[in-house]
Ligand binder design. Structure first.
Ligand SMILES: C[S@@+](CC[C@H](N)C(=O)[O-])C[C@H]1O[C@@H](n2cnc3c(N)ncnc32)[C@H](O)[C@@H]1O
Length: 178
C-alpha cells in the first residue's frame, strides 16, 4: 500500500501536530501497530492496546519500541500493568469504534478517557455508514465526560459536512476533571 502511495501515517501526522514532543500516546485498537509505530517514529512514547493477541504479536514482531498490550478497550485498566501515568492523547484510528462490541462504544470511550490526563485529547475516526450513528457517538462521548472540540471529514482536515462519509472527531478531556 505504501508503494502505491497510500498515506499510512496520516493519522499519526495529525496527532503529532496536536501534542508536545515526546508525548505519551495511547493507540487504542492498535491492530498490528501501523499508527502507533508511526507515532513512535516521531519520538512519542506509545502504548498500543488491542483485543486480538495475534495482532499484538504482529505489532511486537514488526514494531519494537512501543509497548503492545492485549486488552479489551471496554474494560481495560493499564494501571494494572504498571502504566500508571495518564496519557497526553489517544487515537482510535481505522474505524476501531465501529469494531468494538455493539453497545460497548460508550464504555470504550469512558475507559479511554479514564487513561487521559486533564486537558488531554482523544481523536476518533470512523465511517459514518458503518452502523454507529454520529449522534450516538456524540452522546457516548459526552457520557464519557469528553468534550467535542472539532470535527473534520478526513484525517487531513477537510471541512466537516453532515453528509460526509467519514468523521474525525477531536475530543478533549476537561482541564478541571478530577
Ligand atoms: C480495522 S482495525 C484498525 C487497526 C489500527 N487502528 C489501524 O488503523 O491500522 C480495528 C481494530 O480494532 C480492534 N478491536 C475491536 N474491538 C476491540 C476491543 N473491544 N478492544 C480492543 N481492540 C478492539 C480489532 O482487533 C482491530 O485490530
Amino acid at each position: 500500500m505504501a508503494a502505491d502511495g497510500v498515506d499510512l501515517a496520516g493519522e499519526a501526522r495529525l496527532l503529532d501536530a496536536m501534542v508536545a514532543p515526546h508525548s505519551r500516546i495511547l493507540d487504542a485498537g492498535c491492530g498490528p501497530g501501523r499508527v502507533g509505530a508511526a507515532l513512535a517514529a516521531r519520538g512519542h512514547l506509545v502504548v498500543g492496546v488491542d483485543v486480538d493477541p495475534e495482532l499484538i504479536a504482529a505489532a511486537e514482531a514488526d514494531h519494537p519500541g512501543p509497548t503492545w498490550v492485549v486488552a479489551d478497550l471496554a474494560e481495560f485498566d493499564l494501571a494494572g500493568s504498571g502504566h500508571t501515568e495518564p496519557f497526553d492523547a489517544a487515537v482510535l484510528a481505522g474505524n476501531v469504534i465501529t469494531f468494538v462490541g455493539p453497545g460497548t462504544e460508550g464504555a470504550v470511550l469512558a475507559r479511554v478517557g479514564a487513561h487521559i490526563r486533564p486537558d488531554g485529547v482523544v481523536v476518533v475516526g470512523f465511517g459514518t455508514d458503518r452502523g454507529y450513528l454520529l449522534a450516538d457517538f456524540d452522546e457516548d462521548a459526552a457520557g464519557a465526560g469528553l468534550v467535542l472540540e472539532h470535527r473534520f471529514s478526513t484525517w487531513d482536515l477537510r471541512p466537516w459536512s453532515p453528509d460526509a462519509a467519514f468523521a474525525v472527531s477531536v475530543l478533549r478531556q476537561p482541564a478541571d476533571v478530577a
